[in-house]
Design a binder for this molecule. Structure first.
Ligand SMILES: Cc1cc2nc3c(=O)[nH]c(=O)nc-3n(C[C@H](O)[C@H](O)[C@H](O)COP(=O)(O)OP(=O)(O)OC[C@H]3O[C@@H](n4cnc5c(N)ncnc54)[C@H](O)[C@@H]3O)c2cc1C
Length: 455
């Protein structure tokens, strides 16, 4: 197989690869080799070869995934398939508001391509300068624009996917309506490279919304943050682009770069909400933000608020939110739980999960924040000890509460290698069984990212 790969790709095969480690530093392994196809045709030949020889293939995007999906499984020799050289913009249709790009462009590069053509691509998250569009499709990434534009799934008009046996499923036409049977592309979005390899995608673009207004609002509790969300939706509707909640301990550890809550003019000890409004009309976001926050202060929902007065203020406010994960790293790392429940159940769930965690470790510190406009909380814990038994008990406590409130134990980040056991334990057995059947249908030799998603 290695010799055949050399013949196919020449120098674009690395036979002495370094170990690949996941973003969180939890898993490391060295593959047999890393291959760098440049075209869909090469990708197809690699998969056909791997399928004949029954050699596992691990698709690799920007390796920013948070569940170790792109790291070789420690038990198996495998070929890592880097998508980084699939870099073409295939087609841009300014009337259809769509762009067809290959999988290896980063999310930020896709956004820049759209912007250069006077349009807007709304996927935005902390790693978007490194994460590839193919990897974001494979993980159905969300981020801070979900409230208005949906997850990656909602942004995909069509996919080109190379199947395990090398056949190419092609659907880049950019149709906005197509009810000719099953919507097969949906199977591959969020499948983390276990059902097929995405080589290209046609994405929805939008008219730009150049006028933005960001603000921070101080709230007494998560219940008030949720009430503010309802008030914001009622007051500004579709103008609401982002609604991020940060508990006081989360903003406190975020400090180090950017600004502290105190420098932002807020109390260091309060929970904060970051709101962003966007519109095509110049003064609309600023005026509507001011009205919304004045009403919220008058009604006692918000105790204080600061509206960004400059681009620098805006960046500093966002950095307060985006630097929380780095703050967690500085504290020695956190035990992460990326969970979701219905927005209306958020406050009760957080109360219940916090009590359950404290029953396991009375000195545990909670570092909670998230995209609460999507019902998504990063329920992260800083345990009092590094005991792995305690970490397992804490996660069980949190996931128990998630289950009790009908939520999801992995709202954004997927399953990868990290959560296969949790999936078997908490997902509906009927759904898990159907997932296994789909996997055997599409990848009967189990060559695509084995050991990920379903063990
Ligand atoms: C700082 C930071 C902030 C983040 N914030 C958010 C957030 O707010 N919201 C959110 O949803 N996520 C967030 N993420 C996670 C984000 O969704 C993923 O990191 C990203 O989508 C993965 O893209 P990637 O190219 O790095 O994929 P990789 O990490 O390389 O791969 C991820 C998975 O997809 C598979 N894969 C990769 N490319 C392909 C392909 N072309 N075809 C098939 N399978 C493929 C891999 O095998 C692996 O299973 C964050 C991550 C970081 C590091």
């Amino acid at each position: 197989m290695l010799e055949e790969l050399r013949q196919l790709l020449g120098r674009r095969c690395d036979f002495e690869p370094a170990e690949i480690t996941d973003e969180r530093g939890l898993f490391s392994a060295r593959p047999l080799c890393v291959v760098y196809p440049e075209t869909t045709d090469e990708l197809s030949q690699i998969l056909a070869l791997a399928n004949q020889r029954q050699v596992p293939i691990v698709p690799l995007g920007g390796n920013t995934g948070l569940c170790a999906g792109a790291v070789p499984h420690p038990e198996g020799k495998c070929v890592v398939l880097s998508l980084s050289k699939l870099q073409q913009v295939r087609h841009c249709d300014e009337i259809n508001y769509s762009i067809a790009v290959e999988a290896g462009l980063t999310v930020a590069e896709v956004a820049a391509e759209a912007e250069a053509r006077g349009m807007y691509f709304p996927l935005r998250f902390g790693a978007d300068a490194t994460a590839q569009i193919g990897g974001s499709i494979a993980t159905n990434a969300g981020g801070s624009g979900v409230l208005r534009y949906g997850n990656t799934r909602e942004l995909v008009l069509g996919l080109e996917v190379v199947l395990a046996d090398g056949r190419v499923l092609s659907g880049l036409e950019g149709l906005r309506k197509d009810n000719t049977g099953y919507d097969l592309k949906q199977l591959f979005i969020g499948s983390e490279g276990t059902l097929g390899v995405c080589s290209a995608v046609t994405l929805k673009l939008f008219p730009p919304l150049p006028h933005r207004q960001v603000a921070l609002a101080e709230v007494a509790s998560l219940t008030q943050a949720v009430e503010l969300f309802k008030a914001a939706r009622d007051e500004v509707g579709e103008l609401l682009l982002a609604f991020e909640w940060m508990s006081a301990p989360a903003t406190a550890i975020s400090v180090g770069k950017g600004l502290s809550p105190n420098q932002a003019g807020m109390d260091n000890g309060s929970d904060l909400v970051l709101l962003e409004l966007a519109s095509a009309l110049p003064d609309e976001p600023a005026l509507r933000m001011e009205k919304l926050l004045t009403q919220a202060i008058d009604s006692g929902l918000v105790s204080d608020a600061k509206i960004a007065a400059s681009q620098s203020d805006t960046e500093k406010m966002w950095s307060l939110r985006e630097l929380i994960p780095q703050g967690e790293k500085r504290q020695g790392g956190s035990l992460k739980h990326d969970v979701s429940v219905a927005i209306s159940a958020l406050a009760e769930f957080v109360e219940s999960a916090s009590q359950a965690a404290k029953a396991v470790d009375p000195d545990v510190k909670l570092c909670l924040y998230g995209h609460i406009g999507d019902g998504n909380i990063h329920f992260n814990l800083l345990p009092s000890s590094s005991s792995s038994a305690q970490a397992t008990a804490l996660s069980e406590a949190v996931y128990g509460a998630v289950s009790q409130y009908g939520g999801s134990f992995s709202a954004e980040h997927g399953i990868g290698m990290l959560h296969t056991a949790t999936l078997s334990r908490y997902k509906d057995p009927v759904a898990v069984n159907l997932m296994r059947q789909l996997k055997s249908l599409l990848d009967p030799n189990n060559i695509l990212n084995p050991g990920k998603v379903i063990a």
